[in-house]
Write a protein that binds this ligand. Structure first.
Ligand code: NAD
Ligand code: ZN
Length: 378
């Protein structure tokens, strides 16, 4: 037998910027953000979600003016649909690829993706598979995009209604979190993004959870400072986990950042993607926290803090959808999604998590029933 063992390491690093208004930043900083030097002037191909063009009608001309000012080549902006329906629409990725061909976009060019978490996932996937990877500048425009989806290393589209079935791990070149975009977001979408902050606080950082509880009134009214603080801390915890837990490309089965997500993915699908990802995550967190309480992993007081925070922020439990949840099937789909054995993150107190390999389905049904049978005030 002949065998050659290949082994190499690739180091990734990328900055995540937090700015109030990207378009009014000074030229020097913009050049740094876009890694522009006098020799290096790659083509920028902006792909913008149409909801952003509706909310900020001058965005395309602002981009053109900006890159003209920076003396950078820019193609016309490609404006397309986003949201979960964009991730479900199989026509969009080929359209992006065709545009790359039309504008001679190569691996030294940059795709600048401006849109919500779903849009960034979809454009990121197209960028990752075209020419085996075009550099990606992400400019997420939602709370969830800025504190979670846009800052990580994954991208995906849905396939035959299966959430994130096609995708790759491909770190971006840089992430630009521009707070100005958040100002035009619906209340529903501002709230949805807070769910991921609650999630990561619960599994990683009890102080951050306490802070969310203390800031509940400000967050409920989407106070600018409270929101910016929440976005920054949430993004930092996600990135710290990705960079330091030793498994950025998720080769193992443990997936702590997916706390509450085994049911959230199913709930999103069962709602026909009517529920936002963050709204489904809020329900998923509640279900798994209730389960942890029944298991004596959370005290009554700890559980109540979680329930109060989520409900006070205005999340609602869509009973009609939750009552359709098939626990066994959803866990099985999640296991396939993880690859290997079932590994579910559960709370062991606030700010601490553990991985479990099996779920007591009867007890989980009891947790789900608690939310659908009007027993919550028990
Ligand atoms: N890749 C990852 O690591 C990762 C992590 C978490 C979540 N996700 C994915 O992120 C997606 C959810 O992202 P989301 O919560 O941002 O939802 P979204 O992208 O669906 O956006 C929500 C809505 O807001 C609109 N919108 C976006 N920006 C706007 C703005 N600035 N002003 C007004 N309207 C705006 C969109 O058109 C959409 O209707 C899900 O598909 C989820 O699977 C990915
Ligand atoms: Zn999520």
């Amino acid at each position: 037998m002949n065998i050659i063992k290949a082994s190499f390491e690739v180091t990734y690093d990328f900055p995540v910027y937090f700015l109030d208004d990207f378009f009014s930043e000074d030229e020097q900083l913009l050049k740094e953000i876009l890694s522009i030097t006098s020799e290096k002037k790659p083509i920028i191909f902006p792909i913008v979600e149409n909801a952003i063009v509706e909310a900020f009608p001058t965005i395309v001309s602002d981009l053109e003016a900006l890159f003209l000012r920076l003396d950078m080549p820019i193609t016309p902006s490609f404006v397309i649909a986003g949201g979960e329906s964009g991730k479900n629409d199989e026509a969009l990725v080929p359209q992006i690829i065709d545009q790359c061909i039309e504008h001679n976009i190569d691996r030294h060019s940059y795709i600048l993706a401006i849109g919500g978490g779903a849009f960034i996932d979809m454009v990121g996937y197209a960028a990752a598979i075209t020419h085996r990877g075009i550099r990606l500048l992400r400019m997420p425009t939602t709370v969830l995009g800025q504190n979670d989806a846009g800052v990580g290393v994954k991208n995906a589209i849905n396939y035959k209604e299966r959430k994130n079935f096609l995708g790759t791990f491909s770190p971006p070149h840089a992430v630009i979190n521009n707070y100005k975009f958040i100002t035009k977001l619906s209340e529903r979408d501002k709230r949805a993004g807070i769910a991921e902050a609650i999630k990561v606080a619960l599994i990683k950082d009890s102080h951050f959870f306490e802070e969310l509880v203390q800031q509940c009134t400000e967050l409920k009214s989407f106070d600018r400072l409270a929101m910016k603080n929440m976005i920054h801390k949430c993004a930092k915890l996600h990135l710290t986990h990705i960079c330091q837990n030793g498994d950025p490309f998720e080769r193992g089965s443990a997936r702590p950042l997916d706390f509450g997500h085994w049911s959230a993915h199913a709930i999103e699908e069962l709602s026909g993607f009517e529920l936002r990802h963050g709204e489904a995550v809020a329900i998923g967190i509640l279900v798994d926290s209730r389960y942890a309480f029944y298991k004596n992993w959370l005290t009554q007081h700890e559980y109540q803090l979680i329930e109060n925070l989520i409900l006070t922020l205005g999340f609602s439990i869509t009973k009609s959808v939750l009552s359709k949840l098939d626990i066994e099937l959803s866990l099985d789909n999640f296991r396939t999604h993880l690859g290997g054995e079932l590994c579910i993150t559960m709370l062991q107190g606030i700010g601490r998590s553990c991985e479990v390999n099996d779920i007591d389905n009867k007890l989980m049904q009891k947790s789900v029933s608690y939310f659908i049978n009007d027993t919550m005030e028990e």
